[in-house]
Ligand binder design. Sequence first.
Ligand SMILES: Cc1cc2nc3c(=O)[nH]c(=O)nc-3n(C[C@H](O)[C@H](O)[C@H](O)COP(=O)(O)OP(=O)(O)OC[C@H]3O[C@@H](n4cnc5c(N)ncnc54)[C@H](O)[C@@H]3O)c2cc1C
Length: 313
Amino acid sequence: MIEAKHRAALEALLRDRVAFDVPLSRHTSLRIGGPADALATPADRDELGRLLALCAELGLPTRVLGAGFNVLVSDAGLSGVVLRLKKLRRIERVADDAIAVEAGASHATITNYCIDAGLSGLEFGAGIPGTLGGWLAMNAGIGVRELKDVVRSVTWMSARGELEAPVARADLDFRYRALAGLPPGAVLVGAELSVTPSDRATVKAEIDRLLAHRTRTQPTDIPSCGSVFRNPPGDFAGRLIEAAGLKGTREGGAEISTVHANFIVNRGGATAADVLALVARAREAVREATGVELETEVQLLGREAAEHGGASR
Ligand SMILES: Cc1cc2nc3c(=O)[nH]c(=O)nc-3n(C[C@H](O)[C@H](O)[C@H](O)COP(=O)(O)OP(=O)(O)OC[C@H]3O[C@@H](n4cnc5c(N)ncnc54)[C@H](O)[C@@H]3O)c2cc1C
């Protein structure tokens, strides 16, 4: 709950770009999640800066939600202010072989821009749903290629709303499905990405090929959050969960996908507690069968998430 005078201060800054007690199930691909105390959609970088400064001054915690494709929000929801950057979505050609992209640009917007401009290099992102901010924070990728391979520099704002100078790729700590070393509460606002001039037909053909492969191997027509677990070194989480006989296992409305065992899908009415129960079962079964300790890739946000290794607020 945000007290009345803090609500008034947020409304004075953002007008209709802030809403209160918003169910996050409407903003996550799993269609799961309790309410955010406040959901704010700043109009531009300037307003984002002023909003972060205000939250810091009022002592309100903040958390960025990209497009919600790799998060599990607890049923109790999230306290403080959840930020969405979907209005920061500009893409600009800054060199023959580079584009500058704002953090709220979606995978579809980036993909379509590259097709229209005949730019190659980002085809692998076409099937990784989300925003540039989520791609960077997760170092999203498809095995052979990850965001870190195309990043030239990244720009963020501090938790107090100060815009920092762009940080070059060589000084960034990209890891497997993570960008480590960001200051606490930093908000990614954009990046420069490398591209190679090509032609529309070639770029589109590669995208179509990758998307067709994905449709064959992943449950793309039912709510999910992508991979639940990180792949352990030298193996695949999905293979281990399938070998433990858990494909199709259900808990309430949640199910370990019958198509790909590292996906948990929402068959209707699933809660975060249902998903967390399946996470615990998969971990236990794989540990018992192989001794491997699976770690979650999906970001667990909210109060009950703490005991499962997620952020607690
Ligand atoms: C069907 C399906 C298939 C998928 N396939 C893949 C795949 O092949 N490869 C892969 O890597 N992922 C995959 N994913 C997962 C997901 O697409 C990626 O993790 C993507 O990068 C999430 O982006 P998002 O904007 O939705 O981020 P969110 O899920 O909203 O957020 C993810 C994390 O990033 C943080 N974050 C987001 N924006 C910012 C910002 N601006 N500043 C600071 N932190 C930020 C959030 O706080 C959160 O911790 C898949 C998901 C689905 C549903």
